[in-house]
Design a protein around this ligand. Structure first.
Ligand SMILES: [Zn+2]
Length: 512
């Protein structure tokens, strides 16, 4: 199962683990028209763009810094627990511009079979530079002719030997490795690059354009809020150079995150984000809290968006609600067009549906989705098995987008568990507990009697996860009166079709 991203926003970049936010820099010197010479204390005040900010956001403008300060210091601002920036350099920004241009010209109809020539050339160029390629691709194999017979990669390759997938000549100065969020599967450490992280923005622009939406980003607007509704999550505000220093904040609707019960609504009203991204559960929580907003679009990710909720959200917020399919290891994969079909989004990503042996299944037949290419210089994907299943179709869509479609995408069903008192426990909260451990896959089930069982497949070559510690952490979430068992199974998933296990399952039913 792929590690599905919680939102189109890449996970936090930058220093340090989650912790309390450092003090914010004081205000700049007072009004320049003031005839009184500034007091010595003000004269020595640090510049608006401090060295610390400059390190996280190398291209930060003064206008962007002002917006960031407003987001961070507003009286209704939530509790921030993380600081991060886009780490973008001017070279990265030019690469993003180039990627935007390519997207506009190279998204075109595809045929079933091997990737297009441009991608094949890219793979051929990597072949001598990536250890896994050297070891696993037969020396005589022709990429185009023998594509179907070439091996696939998987989460296990990434978990066990991530360095083997990284080109030998990688510039590790730009390497960013961070914790991931998601509702399914277990996170593996994915090497990221600031350019690849910010490249999701032009991709999102393509999806929005399909709905006739063309946001005007700049330091006078907040580009997006990534909305969460979880017991605990990382929260931060930043600005994005790839969106001309438009603001961004990752927020958690949990009441404990806000200064007063009315703060969240006032904060949304004050900053009016152009876009809202989040999982369906978080959007449902916005509805429940009656948080008003007037975004151009809602972008729904992480788990399947049910059509009933989609209609409610579209009515409440007066805008399209787009479904978005993104994986931490792959980045954005597909978006739902106005006709409701998931189109492959990036032109530089080859998506195929394969069988257990790695052979592409005929168009229209169900298979495991595998991805090749992408733009992460530290992780060139090669027939990467996502753990998600679907059917690829190549016929033109009535919406006009020529890129192939993924039908019947599976593995995204939301799962809620229950405490003895009937309170909901989100799969995201269980994921959070599992995150620190070295696990390839897991299967968590809550039985009809509310007892819970967690089966883990430990990552090879790492110390086994501490089952007692996990059991204790789960007990904290589920509260008293629920039996919880944790066991390790090195063969979990190995006997299932294509190694697929259901990460979360509830037999409790819909008891409220
Ligand atoms: Zn379409």
């Amino acid at each position: 199962m792929g590690e599905r991203e919680h939102g189109p926003e890449p996970q936090p970049l930058g220093p340090g683990p989650v912790g309390s936010a450092a003090p914010l820099s004081p205000s700049p010197p007072s009004c320049p028209t003031d005839p009184t010479p500034p007091a010595p204390a003000l004269a020595s005040a640090p510049p608006l763009v401090s060295a610390d900010l400059r390190r996280r956001n190398p291209l930060l403008t003064e206008a962007g810094a002002r917006l960031l300060r407003a987001l961070l210091e507003h009286s209704d601002a939530p509790r921030w627990n993380y600081r991060c920036g886009d780490l973008l350099t001017s070279t990265d920004l030019r690469a993003i511009e180039g990627f935007r241009t390519e997207l506009a010209t190279l998204r075109c109809a595809r045929r079933p079979g091997p990737p297009d020539d441009a991608l094949l050339r890219k793979v051929a160029g990597l072949r001598p530079r990536v250890a896994w390629f050297r070891r696993r691709l037969p020396p005589g194999a022709d990429l185009e002719r023998d594509w179907d017979a070439l091996p696939t990669t998987s989460r296990e390759d990434l978990a066990a030997t991530p360095g083997d997938l990284m080109p030998d000549d990688s510039d590790l100065e730009r390497l960013v490795v961070h914790a991931t969020s998601g509702t399914t599967g277990h996170p593996v450490l994915v090497p990221h690059h600031p350019f690849a992280c910010s490249a999701y923005k032009p991709l999102l622009e393509v999806a929005l354009a399909a709905y006739g939406i063309h946001p005007r980003f700049g330091p006078e607007v907040v580009g997006a809020f990534l909305v969460c509704a979880q017991a605990h999550t990382v929260t931060y505000a930043t600005v994005h150079a790839a969106w001309r220093d438009a603001g961004f904040a990752k927020l958690n609707l949990a009441p404990a995150d806000w200064p007063t019960p009315e703060s969240a609504a006032r904060y949304f009203d004050r900053f009016q984000p152009l876009l809202l991204t989040g999982d369906p559960g978080s959007f449902a929580e916005m509805l429940r809290l009656k948080i008003a907003a007037r975004p151009l679009a809602l972008v729904s990710t992480a788990v399947a968006l049910q059509s009933g909720l989609q209609a409610d959200l579209a009515a409440a917020y007066g805008c399209p609600v787009l479904d978005w399919y993104s994986l931490n290891e792959v980045g954005p994969v597909a978006y739902a067009c106005p006709r409701g079909f998931l189109h492959v989004l990036p032109h530089d990503l080859h998506v195929e549906a394969v069988d257990a042996g790695g052979r592409a299944v005929p168009p229209g037949e169900r298979g495991e989705l595998a991805a090749t290419g992408g733009r992460n210089p530290f992780l060139p994907l090669f027939r990467y098995r996502t753990g998600d299943w679907g059917r690829m179709v190549y016929e033109p869509c009535a919406c006009g987008d020529p890129m192939p479609r993924i039908l019947d995408l599976e593995g995204r069903a939301p799962v809620l568990f229950r405490t003895r008192a009937g309170a909901p426990v989100n799969a995201v909260d269980v994921s959070r507990v599992l995150r620190p451990f070295s696990i390839v896959q897991h299967a968590f089930v809550q039985r009809a009697d509310l007892s819970c069982e967690l089966v883990l497949r430990p990552a090879p070559g790492r110390p086994d996860p501490d089952a007692a510690r996990l059991e204790h952490a789960l007990r904290e979430i589920f509260g008293p009166g629920i039996a919880i068992s944790v066991r390790l199974d090195a063969r979990l998933g190995l006997d299932a079709p294509a190694g697929k296990v259901v990460a979360y399952r509830s037999e409790v039913g819909t008891r409220a």
